[in-house]
Design a protein around this ligand. Structure first.
Ligand code: MRU
Length: 341
């Protein structure tokens, strides 16, 4: 299986996803700043993986700390990792969990802190793999035998510590003979579908067809999509959720064409402090990502461009939400209550 992140002899090694599918190249991040930059430029991406990177970042920040400086080093690393990307709540969940572990360990004395922080980061990583497997198992049951499905962005092994979320469902269902073919949205502006999802599916020998984002309507109108599966970066308590830009449009299209629209995410993506989608912070990125494709300009220099990385889909457009705990359907009421979070 693809390993997008690993701890190796005092460094965090990440698969540089900007180079895929043409080159498989790893970055060796020896310091917090280097890892934080890797997250910001999307060398490392996908909500669960950003959380795992955040946790390893804190382990990196204290790996050589003396008891007298460990607290300061930890806080500095925490502030830096928290500034990388604002939307995926998995990052803040992982940072908070590391902070709790730091506090508990501090009470027991600081000398073993670097090893404790690394241990906690490794646990967060391993737990995500188990969570993905659970999502895959629960979600695969939703897909009818012989389905052609459509997915957006990349929600696979590259985006998580395991087999992925929405893509993990697809690969699990394929293994059970339920998926015939996968339409992969290219996912402009940064083409995570074309570059990453297609690559993952091809590696696994799963039939996949690349489509431009603006082709989904025609496919659905022609009855060629049995269901849509997407991931999430942050789910509000009422079930509204942020995911890669273009997800909301797909949800509207799916409703119009009566195509089931499934969202898959670990419960760590649910932010019960955010009541509805309106309060989810949406990252806006540099206009160059829209005015160019992989560094090649497609519009005149200086052209204005709008570049929100995510949009928010209302809970009412969701057919079902798949987490590691099972499948739930709207009306969700409060996810905090519904999922006992
Ligand atoms: O900007 P990205 O590539 O990090 O966005 C990723 C997505 O929107 C994914 O759908 C989401 O993080 C879920 S990944 C399991």
């Amino acid at each position: 299986m693809i390993k997008p992140i690993a701890w190796d002899k005092g460094a965090v090694v990440v698969l540089d996803q900007r180079e895929l599918p043409h080159r498989v190249r790893y970055l060796r991040c020896r310091g917090v700043e280097q890892l934080a930059r890797a997250v910001e430029v999307l060398a490392v991406r996908g909500a669960p993986l950003i959380g795992i990177a955040g946790a390893y970042g804190l382990a990196l920040g204290v790996r050589r700390s003396a008891p007298g400086t460990v607290k300061r080093d930890f806080q500095k690393a925490l502030r830096r990792m928290a500034r990388t990307r604002p939307t995926a709540v998995n990052l803040f969940w992982a940072l908070e969990r590391m902070e709790r572990s730091f506090r508990d360990s501090a009470e027991r004395g600081g000398r073993a802190m670097p090893a404790r922080m690394l241990g906690e980061a490794r646990r967060i990583h391993a737990e995500d793999a188990a969570i993905c497997a659970g999502i895959g198992r629960h979600g695969a049951g939703l897909i009818k035998k012989g389905s052609t499905v459509l997915t957006h962005c990349n929600t696979g092994a590259l985006a998580t510590g395991g087999i992925g979320t929405a893509l993990g469902i697809i690969t699990t269902a394929y293994g059970r003979g339920r998926v015939k073919m996968v339409y992969v949205d290219e996912t402009r502006p940064l083409l995570q579908g074309a570059r990453l999802t297609l690559w993952e599916l091809q590696r696994q020998g799963i039939p996949a067809t690349l489509v431009c984002d603006n082709m989904a309507a025609g496919l659905m109108a022609g009855g060629r999509v049995a269901c849509v599966l997407v991931g999430a970066d942050r789910i509000a308590d009422n079930g509204d959720f942020a995911n890669k830009i273009g997800t909301y449009g797909l949800a509207v299209l799916a409703r119009h064409h009566r195509v089931p629209f499934y969202v898959a995410a670990p419960t760590t993506t649910v932010d019960v402090a955010v009541k509805s989608g309106a309060a989810i912070p949406v990252e806006h990125r540099h206009p160059d990502e829209v005015t160019s494709i992989r560094g090649n300009p497609i519009a005149r220099a200086g052209s204005a461009a709008y570049n929100p990385a995510f949009d928010v889909t209302p809970a009412g457009l969701v057919t079902a939400l798949v987490t590691e705990r099972g499948v739930i359907r709207p009306p969700f009421g409060s996810l905090r209550k519904r999922l006992s979070l």
